[in-house]
Design a protein around this ligand. Structure first.
Ligand code: ATP
Length: 192
């Protein structure tokens, strides 16, 4: 969201502006940013360029990160095509699937490999992050098979809710249907 202000030609952004965009109270934003360092301009806000550099550093996205995707169905294909990952410095270096008709094909720049090759690829390219878009029934099998020596983060798009941490791997469960339920809940609560 500081980038949004930047695109409007602004040099500084206030915690109150950020608060409107992300729905977090300004004092919480100020407290959190104070952990990053001292780049606030007293009474004016935050220097946007410094803020972007610091946030990217804290998110670990100041350098390009190679990621892989497993399961190139409809959702997997859409994610591979999504430009937002590239903007955020994530590069889909490879995708993996079990379906022989898909293996060897390309989605954008990303080649689809046989799932059997996933661990040798991970090891060779020192891949730390995987996105999971396989059928729910395959989730546990795939996770248990992934080389936990290298993989340290999984973005799980299947409906199986996995523990946030497993074998020293950070897991984030993204269930798009659940996100709609949250919207529905908030609307109900506010009688919208
Ligand atoms: P499709 O395009 O094949 O109809 P879909 O969009 O309906 O897929 P799913 O059935 O959820 O979605 O499958 C997602 C993808 O996961 C498919 O491309 C499928 O071939 C792949 N897949 C299924 N099992 C595995 C597995 N064990 N390892 C890797 N990929 C798998």
């Amino acid at each position: 969201m500081p980038k949004y202000a930047k695109s409007q030609g602004e040099k500084v952004v206030r915690s109150s502006d950020i608060s409107i965009l992300c729905g977090i109270k300004p004092d919480v934003i100020r407290r959190d940013f104070s952990h990053f360092g001292d780049f606030g301009v007293r009474g004016r806000g935050y220097d946007i360029d410094k803020l972007i550099v610091q946030i990217r550093k804290n998110l670990g996205i100041n350098r390009k990160k190679n990621v892989i995707l497993i399961g190139v169905g409809s959702l997997g294909t859409a994610l591979l095509k999504y430009q937002g990952f590239r903007t955020a410095n994530f590069n889909f270096i490879a995708a993996f699937d079990i379906n022989p008709k898909k293996i060897g094909k390309k989605i954008g720049e990303t080649i689809i490999y046989n799932i059997k090759e996933v661990n040798s690829f991970i090891e060779k390219n020192k891949i730390k992050i995987a996105l999971l878009t396989v059928p729910t029934s395959e989730t546990i099998k795939i996770i248990n098979n992934l080389d936990s020596k290298y993989i340290k983060g999984i973005l799980n798009f299947t409906s199986t809710i996995l523990p946030a941490r497993k074998n020293n791997i950070y897991i984030r469960n993204i269930d798009l249907a659940r996100e709609l339920e949250v919207i529905s809940f908030c609307m109900n609560r506010c009688n919208i």
